[in-house]
Design a protein around this ligand. Sequence first.
Ligand code: AMP
Ligand code: GLY
Length: 428
Amino acid sequence: MKILVVGSGGREHALCWSLQKNSEHTIYCAPGSDGIAQVARCVALNATDIKALARFAEDERIELTVAGGEAPLAAGLADGFAAAGLAVAGPKAAAARLESSKAFAKDFMARHRIPTARFRVADSADEARAVLRGGEFGARDAPAVVKADGLAAGKGVVVARDRDEAETAINELMEQGGVGAEAARRVVIEEALTGREASLLFWTDGKDYLLMPPARDHKRVGERDAGPNTGGMGAITSSDVLDAETQARVVREIVEPTLAGLAADRLDFRGVIFVGLMLTDEGARVLEYNVRFGDPEAQAIIVRLRSDLAAIFDATAHGRLGGARAEWSDESSACVVLASRGYPEKPETGDPIEGLDAAARDPRVEIFHAGTRRGEDGAWRTAGGRVLGVTSTGATLGEALARCYGAASRIRWVGMHYRRDIGRFGKS
Ligand code: AMP
Ligand code: GLY
């Protein structure tokens, strides 16, 4: 098969790496990166230029297109490709609103009785403040969560410790344009939940679904969950992320009702659904939906896949998932993100990376490139905030982590930093 992956980060590198393991496939990636060029043919097209991507897919006779991130899907990738008769694994824009509008997702969950935090939607800062002062989410000194409605690259959610902090978040999001005026025209105010977090991802063609191993990511930049949120500093899969009994309940109370809700609302969903969960004392609650693989969850999940990823995506795109299977290695896995100085606020780039070859010598370690560039001399340099995702599997989580950290210790550049407590600390 000729397959096009849309995107350029560590997640897309992992997807291309897995797809090309079956040598019968030819993998293209738009726009890709120098790191991805090691496993796919990169095509210099913007990930949200749907017309140009569709033209390329038609000219090259691409048989299957896979969207890495949410931006191309929200921009109508699946709609444009379907109109051109091209197969795509990824939802149309109307269904991608499960991620691109938090208010839409919350209304969807309320309509279909899917357990989630209690919430209100506010269309102005005054309304948002009134919701808080109404005391619906607890007393003045109680926490509340403020979320920008639109896509905000992980910066649109503030878990406020009390009402003052929540009001400050409303001001920053809605009045000072912290994440862009469009994304924060509306906000969702919701009750703060407590518990451990877990992510459950699955492929679906709208009827059937295939679960992936549950994952947990680490969003805060610093050890012991200090500092600001990032796109993700690491992720793990391991049997204790979500025990079998809880997972069965999540399937019954969340996964299946989500698919039934999509069908009832006539939303055609063929792609990956990522459910962010809070495991509270009263049961699992949905924190968010994403309509694609997570980054770096994808890296940690994909290294455990034994099946041909292309066959699964193909079945997803063509509504044949009922006949597909996914075999996973019976292990744990981890991805540790190596970041550049200043990430997430103001990452420095252009620093030479040393030790990549030495780190890659362990055959059980995969190094996925998120933000690198290769010079004409062949030397790698940093080119983004998240630079590399050092990924491995192991019989135990400890073993997987030891491999990741062993490889990470061989890599260095000026200002490189990473969390030493991935898989060890944190609820998120
Ligand atoms: P989201 O983008 O909605 O997943 O939110 C990002 C992060 O904010 C989540 O991973 C949680 O750590 C936190 N969060 C979101 N909603 C809530 C909530 N209702 N209660 C507590 N923490 C939350
Ligand atoms: N790691 C979180 C995300 O991809 O949304």
